[in-house]
Design a protein around this ligand. Structure first.
Ligand SMILES: CC(C)(COP(=O)(O)OP(=O)(O)OC[C@H]1O[C@@H](n2cnc3c(N)ncnc32)[C@H](O)[C@@H]1OP(=O)(O)O)[C@@H](O)C(=O)NCCC(=O)NCCS
Length: 417
């Protein structure tokens, strides 16, 4: 029998969904003026009950943990199945008794059984997930553009066209698929998500999206990117200084990105374009005559990656250089070796890579969280290991692995979940 300190951890039943949302909302205590019943009703059709986990003390849910299946794009464009974690909470009266640790151990077992290559999440607080083998792998920032100082040196190619919500509902999922195929760090989006992104449906307690959608068309007519945006009106002494809030601008190629930004900064009545969850380094700002017109702020980590299947990840991602080394990955779940624990021989080159378990002596021993942080190329391994240096059996191997894992383009996850 579970004791109060070891609650029962299991998927919830349909009739427990409302209580599950009640527990979740109590932990976050931001109620958004929505009853848990309304949340349960809205989410039920799109939520996998087998993957909505509760920690139960008797009949009462004291912890929540939900996952859904997704796909992560690796450097080079390979797609691997991942376990996306969300809805994590523990009742305030039950904190720091190991309930999250127990739910995490349960989740690692389930994800490894499904043969997911990694787990991914967005953390509410930095210190929570490192101990569970997650590392901060992609980064995001706000960009603020002073439109009147933004002049482009490069003429955009193609056309920008405004589309209504019906056309956007057709076009955006397809453009997004092409975006994520070439964007390391991107994850698959469920089709239903577009109904909410485009304001066709509304989450209880969240404002319905209203705005404009612009599409970029290449000279051959291919739709290569979109911008969703709305605005905040602002007038100063009779001068219009509106803020254009860019909800999302995603493209399948740099030409579409440049053309859409050029379109946005030329908007009448507008002093500022503001965009969140962008890449820390935006390539298009290098097309500005004065790059100070675009400023980055609010830099923070976005996607945390916990590797479950080391060979699958390391042999499927692309590398810009060659190296051969044996790495030992430290991974522990609830006091026992986790699925990533072990020694692996990695033979990597720009032509491909192989990674398999080995008994050979390790050149470098490092934490699974540190490898997870660096594996997409968004965090440098030398940074992820500064406070806990790896064991190096030969000089310079950390630098070698650091250089190997780096990528020319930054990984980027623009999808909140
Ligand atoms: C974060 C949360 C789920 C942790 O649950 P919990 O059951 O208290 O976690 P555990 O008892 O299993 O903690 C395991 C370890 O992580 C540490 N830890 C847990 N939450 C932490 C936090 N927010 N900051 C720093 N350390 C934390 C604990 O101190 C403990 O450390 P120890 O092993 O050295 O003793 C819970 O505090 C919560 O619901 N917070 C509000 C909602 C939230 O932020 N959810 C996460 C969404 S991503």
């Amino acid at each position: 029998m579970p004791t109060p300190s070891s609650p029962e951890i299991r998927p919830i039943r349909e009739d427990e969904l409302e209580a599950w949302f009640e527990a979740f909302t109590t932990a976050f205590y931001i109620w958004h003026n929505v009853a848990p019943r309304a949340m349960a009703e809205a989410r039920r059709p799109i939520l996998d009950l087998d993957r909505a986990i509760g920690a139960f003390e008797g009949a009462r849910s004291v912890g929540t943990f939900r996952t859904f299946g997704s796909e992560l794009t690796l450097p080079g464009g390979a797609l691997v199945p991942v376990n996306a974690v969300t809805g994590v909470s523990v009742r305030p009266t039950h904190r720091r008794r190991g309930i999250l640790s127990a739910m995490n151990a349960d989740d690692v077992r389930r994800a490894a059984d499904r043969a997911d290559a990694a787990s991914v999440l967005i953390a509410s607080e930095w210190p929570i997930y490192g101990r569970f083998g997650y590392g901060p792998a992609t980064w995001a920032a706000r960009w603020t553009v002073r439109t009147r100082a933004a002049r482009f040196l490069t003429a955009p190619v193609g056309d920008v066209e405004l589309v209504d919500v019906g056309a956007a509902r057709q076009l955006l999922p397809e453009i997004y698929e092409r975006h994520r195929a070439s964007q390391p760090g991107a994850i698959r989006r469920d089709d239903v998500r577009w109904d909410f992104e485009l304001g066709i449906r509304e989450w209880p307690g969240r404002p319905r999206w209203f705005g404009s959608v612009a599409i970029h068309r290449a000279p051959d007519g291919t739709a290569g990117g979109y911008a969703r945006y709305h605005g905040e009106e602002q007038w100063e002494q009779g001068i219009p200084d509106n803020v254009l809030i860019l909800d999302e601008l995603l493209t399948a190629n740099p030409e579409a990105e440049l053309a859409l930004w050029a379109y946005l900064v030329r908007m009448d009545l507008t002093a500022t374009v503001r965009a969140d969850t962008r890449r820390p380094r935006e390539p298009w700002v290098w097309h500005l005559a004065d790059a100070r017109a675009a400023r980055q702020s609010r830099l923070g980590e976005m996607l945390w990656v916990r590797i479950l299947d080391v060979p699958r990840i390391l042999s499927n991602r692309a590398y810009d250089r060659s190296a051969e080394l044996v790495l030992e990955v430290l991974d522990e779940v609830a006091g026992r070796p986790g699925p990533a624990a072990g020694r692996y021989r990695l033979e990597a080159s720009p032509d491909g890579a192989a990674c398999r378990r080995t008994d050979a002596a390790a050149d470098i021993t490092l934490g699974g969280d540190q490898l997870g942080a660096a594996v997409l190329g968004g965090t440098r391994l030398v940074d992820a290991t500064r406070a806990r240096p790896p064991v190096e059996s030969r000089a310079g191997v950390l630098r070698e692995l650091d250089a190997l894992l780096r990528t020319p383009d930054e990984p980027w996850c623009a999808t909140w979940f």
